[in-house]
Design a protein. Sequence first.
Length: 459
Amino acid sequence: MTRMHKIAASLLAFILIVSLAACGGKDPVTSAAAPSAPESSSPAPETTAPAPSTEAPAPSTEAPAPSTGSSEPTPAPPRAPELVSTAVMHELEFGGVYLDMTIDDFNALGFEYGDSVTVTFSNGYELQDLPYYNGYYTVTGNPLLVAYPGYPYIKVCINNGDDLWKIAGLDENMTAAVRLREAGRYADIQDARDIHYRDDRDEFPSDEVFANFRAVRVSGLAENVLYRSASPCDNQHNRAPYVDALCKDAGIGYILNLADNADKITGYIAKDGFSSPYFLSLYEDGKVDPIGLNMNYGSADFRAKLTAGLRKMAEEDGPYLVHCTEGKDRTGFVCLLLEALCGASYEEIVDDYMITYDNYYQITKEEKRLLGAALPGFMSYYGLDTQKVGAGAARYTVIVENVLDPMVQSLAQGDPDFRTADLSRYAMRFLRDGGMSEAEILTLTEKLKSAPANAAAAP
C-alpha cells in the first residue's frame, strides 16, 4: 500500500468513528428513517419508505370512528320555505285576505304553525313578523296568518279588527308572497293555545254540551228567556240537528242568527241531509232574523246591524235564541251586551262566556291539561304573573283577558275600570248609538226581564 493509500484509509476510519459518535452509536439506517416521515422531499426513498408503511395503519384504525358515531347525526339544513306568488281574494264575512292556496298545500311548502313569516303584497304593502297559527291566538287587534280548520284557504287578517283588504288597498288583480322570517318563533303560543274540538257527538257527555246550548243565567235576566248555542241550521260541525231538537224542547219563539244571510240559509235548507224541521218552521214563519255580523265589534257597521236586529227581536215574544256558527264569540258579545243591559256583573258575564270553552275544549280554572315546557313562553307572551296565575288556570286566564275582556272593554268604551263599572249604563249607550230609541231599549229590557208564557220549565 502506498503512503497515499494509507492516509486515505486512515481518514475514512476517522470519519466513520466521528459519525458513530454523533449518532450515539445507533444504527444509521433507522435513525435516518425517523425524520423521513415529515420530510417528504427526503433524498433517500428506499430508507424512508418503511416509515409511512409502519404508520399507515393509524389512519385506517381511526377511519371507522365517524361511521360508529351515529349518535351525532348531521343536523338538517334550516327550513327556508317560500310562497313566491299567489292570487288574493277578499274574505267578506269577517274581513280579511284569502291567499289562493289550501292549508295543506301551504304547509307542504315547509311552513309550520308557530313560525314567524313576512307577507308582502304586490302593491308594496307588507306585514313583517306575522305569527302563523291554526287559530286566532293573537291579541285582539293584531294581525296574523291563520289556517283555521274548515277554511278553504290560508288567510291574512286582523284579529277581531278592521278589514285588512281595505287597509292594504288590495284588488283582485294583485298577488301576495310569503316567506319565512323565523322558524318556531311563536311555537310556545301555538302549542299552548292549539285548541280544537271534535264534531262527534259520542265525544261529549250530553246533547246540550255538544250543541253548546244553554239558557243564560245572570242577575236581572228572567229564567229561560234567553238561550245561546251553536247553529241550528249550518251543519258543518254536525251540531245543527241537536240544536234544533233542543230549541223545540225549550219552546224557542224567535231566533237572532248572527252568522248568516238569507242566501246562506237557503243553501243550508237545500242541502241533502238538512234535518232542522223546527228551525225551518220558525224561518218560514218569519221568526228568524239573519243579520250576518262579522267579528269587528268595535265598528259602526257591527253596532248598526246588531241594534237593528235587537229592535226586531224586541217586537217578538221569547224565549229567544242567539247563535252564530259555534255560539262563541259573536254570540258571546251579543249575550254579554244583553246580560249587562239587565244588570249582570262582570264576574257573571265571565262565568257564562267561559262555559263555552268548557263545553268545547274542557278549559276551566283548574283544567287537567297543563302546558309543560310551553308554559314559561306562554305566560311571558301574555304577561301573566306566575305568582298569581297557576299553571292550571293559565289558558283560562289568557282567554278571559285576551278574548272576552277586549269585548267588555269595547262595550265600556275603553273604561279602565270596566270590571267594576256599571255595565248596564254602557249597554244602553251602545244601543242608543246604534239607533235604538229609549222606548225600544225599555221594551227590550222588559222582555228580557219577564218570563215568556211558553218558556220551558227550569231543570
